[in-house]
Design a protein around this ligand. Sequence first.
Ligand SMILES: O=c1[nH]c(=O)c2ncn([C@@H]3O[C@H](COP(=O)(O)OP(=O)(O)OP(=O)(O)O)[C@@H](O)[C@H]3O)c2[nH]1
Ligand SMILES: [Mg+2]
Length: 166
Amino acid sequence: MEDVTNFEFDNLKLDLDEYQGTPEEIVTKKAKLAATHTDNPVLVEDVSLCFNAYKGLPGPYIKDFLKQLGTEGLYKMVSGFDDHTAYAQCIFAYCENKDSEPVLFVGKNEGKIVEPRGDTSFGWDPVFLPDGYEQTYAEMDKATKNSISHRSRSVAKLKEYLQTEE
Ligand SMILES: O=c1[nH]c(=O)c2ncn([C@@H]3O[C@H](COP(=O)(O)OP(=O)(O)OP(=O)(O)O)[C@@H](O)[C@H]3O)c2[nH]1
Ligand SMILES: [Mg+2]
């Protein structure tokens, strides 16, 4: 490094947080971190789109994959495999305070990755075809998507938990 700039560099042995891992690990860390910023309970969520041919990846990294590859590229990722199955997953994490363990609410929707179809305005919706439906998330009307989505399933579990906690 000294060769390329006039700056002096030191090596510091620091272990800085870098949120990688399973969706559960990432959302747990996110909730714990959020809880250090307030005295109130916190609620965070994280969404994954998991390809079975890739053992669950891109998973929590879907945002960057989508940004770089587009929906067409996501389809290309699976097109060389026999297995096009995937699941959309939303995890809400509720953390009472900074010293308590977050409680996770996993909402999962099984389906498969297809060539992009439908309204292109939201994310990876055009490539996700939920099991039991002929329409991708992007082709469905909002009410239908919301009634079956990964997020609504997670929220339903969260709601039940919060109601029994009251
Ligand atoms: O087409 C979609 N249909 C959906 O139903 C859906 N639900 C979420 N997302 C997107 O998936 C990525 C990770 O979601 P996400 O909740 O983890 O957010 P994020 O990654 O922006 O925040 P953070 O994890 O950095 O805090 C983000 O790009 C969200 O926009 C969806 N895209
Ligand atoms: Mg995320």
